[in-house]
Design a protein around this ligand. Structure first.
Ligand SMILES: [Fe+2]
Length: 132
């Protein structure tokens, strides 16, 4: 297991949790259809938090990463574009990490997270298309 990659993943997941929560609040009443998008962002925040829990319970480690807060853009489109990049990067990072682990249980858990990140990516893509 590559601990440096694990730290990087947890760092990005934490940033995503805070970003999705901030966006859920920001767009709830701001735009038409904002409530549904806000709920999606809240769900994604909860799912990213679940990924962190899974990783921490897998490795039973105290992993201290610097908490990095990302401030959302005012525009939904800009936020979605940023997520498009962040979610794609997340899939890549998890795939590299997957190659560094050997246990069957670990591999299965990480594959499940990757599937979830791919789902995030496709929902973000769908929203971006809807905005065009
Ligand atoms: Fe994600």
């Amino acid at each position: 297991m590559n601990e440096e990659i694990l730290k990087g993943i947890i760092n990005e997941e934490k940033a995503d949790v805070s970003l999705y929560i901030a966006e859920a609040e920001l767009f709830k009443n701001k735009i038409v259809g904002g409530k549904a998008i806000s709920e999606t962002f809240s769900d994604f925040a909860a799912e990213e938090a679940e990924h962190i829990k899974t990783l921490l319970s897998l490795y039973k480690k105290r992993i201290n990463v610097k908490y990095r807060k990302i401030i959302p853009f005012k525009s939904l489109r800009k936020n979605l574009r940023a997520h498009l990049v962040r979610e794609a990067d997340s899939v890549k990072l998890y795939e590299v990490f997957l190659n560094s682990v050997s246990g069957y249980g670990e591999k299965a858990a990480i594959k499940k997270i990757i599937e979830n990140e791919k789902k995030h990516l496709s929902v973000i893509k769908k929203y971006l298309l809807m905005l065009k």
